[in-house]
Design a protein around this ligand. Structure first.
Ligand code: GLY
Ligand code: MN
Ligand code: MN
Length: 461
């Protein structure tokens, strides 16, 4: 039990105060332009069953702006006077005997650099005062009935005072528009953590590859992954680990189960850790026994080439769609070459791409933003104020330095009479995490091999 003078929450590394203060300053600057007050609660803790809780995980945007790790906390930024206020759990020595260290308002204010901090019990009392005279209120609009109702109650509290000359904010903005846009571009502090998270996840994949053999169970490999994540200090997996042997690899969201990987099966692992609030996301596909078969090699080479084409297309100035389109062309050509798709029925490459017939074997997209959340926030289209209004569709996002995204093409072949039998039940995905640089992209997750020869070499050792 941790009674030491340090945060007990999820073992997070101590916050770098100036970085979070700098982010708050940017949001305050934005709020000042509209006379706005922003309200950001962290995530609630959640009961797993009876009185046992799930491991606590903060709200990403709250943590991005505060660095504050505890549940039952709200951050309020006042653009009318530049003040930042934290509401958090009161210091309670009795409770700390059971739950470990909590900051309490005084230590939180000092440690994290807020203008003021109060007990969470004072939230409803103080919010109408903070909102009085603000022209606009900024919060995650319409994401939770509870939050909407809470804000409404505070606004009602201000409105009852309108006769004494106090005006309630008349405009509501979604605070996520600005914060998500900030989070889309990773700063040096974030990139440093993401690189470390990626290295731990890559080590975990290497460990699982080396522990693999014909007859291994999926959960045994999952245990190797979790062991390495935790051994190297990652707090948790970033998402539910997929360890799929044989035909299970064709189930896109298959969780690690009991199945035994047989001699000749491929194993698809999509698993990665979260470190200090940042996700990584890696997929590798390898033979259980350490040697790819001819048919497996053939499909693997197509997915690998598709991924390389997507990586080459990941550079500043390119459309967010460019990596996906590049991958799709290589995959579709491969499907025709291997007769997964019959030319007589489906035509040539352009037909397959245009009619999207490749979707039978490649049904997901190639990328998503990654950061604090594995499927991170960030608009996949150009921001609204840069786009024409009316019926004109918004343009796809243009890639720019410091955006982070996954590159994860795949091929999934279910058994079917019209598909060469050698390919039945083969599911392959290769996934790496990339950051757009000034000239191209940096791959964060290449400490685990991706070439067939390199995988076979690692598994032999
Ligand atoms: N692991 C989730 C994804 O690849 O999107
Ligand atoms: Mn992914
Ligand atoms: Mn993944």
């Amino acid at each position: 039990m941790n009674l030491a003078n340090e945060p007990a929450v999820a073992g997070l590394a101590p916050a770098a105060t100036d970085i979070h203060a700098g982010r708050r300053a940017r949001l305050l600057d934005h709020l000042a332009r509209t006379g706005g007050v922003a309200i950001l609660p962290t995530a609630p803790s959640a009961i797993r069953n009876h009185d046992a809780e799930y491991p606590y995980r903060h709200d990403s945007s709250f943590y991005y702006l505060s660095g504050f790790p505890e549940p039952e906390a709200w951050l309020v930024l006042d653009g009318t006077n530049g003040e930042t206020t934290l509401f958090c759990r009161e210091k309670n020595v009795e409770r700390e005997i059971w739950e470990g260290f909590h900051y309490g308002p005084d230590a939180a204010r000092e440690q994290f650099g807020f203008s003021s901090a109060y007990s969470i019990a004072e939230l409803d009392l103080r919010m109408p005062d903070i909102l009085a005279h603000a022209a606009s209120v900024h919060y995650a609009l319409g994401t939770s009935a509870e939050l909407d109702a809470r804000v409404r109650t505070w606004l009602d509290g201000v409105r009852t005072r309108s006769r004494v000359g106090i005006a309630a904010p008349a405009i509501a903005h979604d605070v996520r528009v600005f914060v998500d846009e900030m989070r889309l571009f990773k700063d040096d502090h974030e990139l440093d953590i993401m690189r470390r998270a990626a290295r731990i996840s890559a080590a975990a994949h290497r460990r699982a590859m080396q522990a693999s053999r014909a007859g291994v169970r999926e959960y045994e490999l999952e245990a190797e992954l979790l062991y390495e994540f935790r051994r190297q200090g990652a707090q948790s997996p970033a998402y539910g680990s997929i360890v799929a042997s044989g035909a299970n690899a064709c189930v896109l969201h298959y969780p690690a189960g009991n199945a035994i990987a047989r001699d000749g099966d491929l194993i698809l692992i999509d698993a990665a850790c979260e470190l200090d609030g940042y996700a990584s996301d890696i997929t590798r596909t390898f033979p259980a026994n350490g040697r790819f078969t001819g048919a497996q090699r053939e499909l693997y080479a197509i997915v690998h080439a598709a991924q390389q084409a997507a990586i080459d297309a990941t550079r500043p100035g390119a459309s967010y769609d460019a990596p996906h389109e590049a991958a799709v062309r290589v995959l579709a050509q491969g499907m025709l070459d291997t007769q997964l798709l019959d030319r007589n029925e489906h035509g040539g490459l352009d037909d397959v791409v245009e009619k999207k017939t490749y979707r039978r074997f490649y049904m997901h997209s190639t990328s998503h933003w990654i950061g604090m959340d594995v499927h991170d926030v960030g608009d996949y289209f150009e921001p609204l104020d840069a786009a024409p209004r009316g019926d004109t569709p918004r343009a796809r996002r243009t890639l720019a330095p410091r955006m982070a995204l996954t590159i994860e093409p795949g091929i999934y072949v279910r058994a079917s009479d019209d598909v060469p039998e050698a390919f039945h039940h083969i599911g392959i995905r290769i996934e790496d995490d990339a950051v757009v640089t000034d000239s191209g992209c940096e791959l964060l997750t290449r400490d685990v091999p991706v070439d067939i020869d390199a995988i076979e070499y690692l598994m032999k050792r």
